[in-house]
Design a protein around this ligand. Structure first.
Ligand SMILES: O=C1O[C@H](CS(=O)(=O)O)[C@@H](O)[C@H](O)[C@H]1O
Length: 299
């Protein structure tokens, strides 16, 4: 890892950046700003991202087979044609959008879209959905903040976290059928001790990405760091950040060895924001082990 290289892509700051996606065909980075209601495209050498405003919060995006993006918004799934800006509705949400919204999501190797939802009231009433042409199937229920989706390189293990529970889970995954085996708490992080200052808190697991060695890079929200976990769940690397709330990493760039990290500034205290001018930026840093290309969604 070359931490001296860590820097923001440009001066643009999101309220709550999420879902960085290195597009496997376009070789360009996309992301979302959830409360800012935007989908963004970050082209190298430009001062500002291209922006598509959204009428509802986009939780995540995926590359769509045939081109463009699938956008999972609070009010359902949409196809975004990034050449024309045309947006078309694909499916309504399978939950009450007054109480939940789509959050973290990715397609599997067969092109099904997996998206976790987030309960606005932070109650365990959200779910992880598997979505294909036949509709949305709740595969895991009782989640509070669905996050951290990623597959092992052989596609046989699905990782997903519940940020509120401070836990990353893993489940055997059958790529042919999209079925899941028993869910196991894989790595559990300590809750914040209210008697301790925030600086003593390691954070809670947010978005994640798996690299070509099968290691799980996870953004620790409020922990000001990323962790790289081995398939056994051991911490192999710690990447300290100058930003309190990283939200999700993604590996990309021409050789797959640039780690892009979305971050948040929404609802953060003024003194913290004054000390952390990169809050809300997309950060990048070079790493040694590349990622794997993102799958394309067949919706
Ligand atoms: O809205 C979001 O917030 C959560 C952080 S938390 O639930 O408030 O702790 C973040 O993990 C999530 O990805 C984001 O969409």
């Amino acid at each position: 890892m070359h931490t001296d290289d860590l820097r923001p892509l440009n001066d643009h700051r999101c309220l709550l950046g999420e879902s960085p996606l290195w597009h496997p065909d376009e070789q360009v980075l996309y992301s979302v700003d959830i409360p800012g209601r935007q989908v963004l495209r970050w082209r190298e050498g430009t001062d500002a991202p291209d922006v598509w405003p959204m009428e509802a919060e986009p939780g995540c995006i995926a590359a769509r087979q045939g081109g463009g993006l699938v956008v999972a918004r609070r009010d359902g799934l949409f196809a975004l044609d990034t050449q024309t800006g045309r947006l078309s509705a694909l499916a309504p949400p399978p939950y009450d959008p007054a109480a939940q919204r789509y959050n973290d999501g990715k397609p599997d190797a067969a092109g099904r879209l997996w998206v976790g939802t987030l309960s606005d009231a932070r109650r365990p009433e959200a779910a992880l959905y598997r979505i294909d042409a036949g509709g949305a199937t709740p595969m895991v229920q009782g989640i509070t903040v669905g996050n951290g989706l990623a597959w092992s390189p052989d596609g046989r293990t699905l990782y997903a976290s519940d940020t509120k529970a401070h836990t990353v889970y893993r489940q055997p995954f059958d790529g042919a059928t999209g079925a899941l085996g028993p869910r196991e708490a894989w790595v559990q992080f300590p809750e914040r001790d209210p008697a301790q200052p925030l600086a003593a808190y390691g954070g809670r697991p947010d978005g994640a990405a798996v690299d070509a060695e099968g290691c799980y890079w996870v953004a620790m929200f409020e922990g000001q760091r990323l962790l790289r976990l081995s398939p056994k769940g051991e911490v192999l690397q710690v990447l300290p950040l100058p930003v309190r709330c990283p939200t999700m990493p993604c590996l990309g760039g021409a050789d797959g060895r640039t780690l892009f990290i979305t971050t948040a500034r929404d609802k953060r205290p003024a003194d913290e924001l004054a000390a952390q001018p990169w809050a809300g930026a997309v950060l990048s840093v070079r790493v040694d082990v590349p990622g794997l290309p993102a799958h394309r969604c067949r919706l």
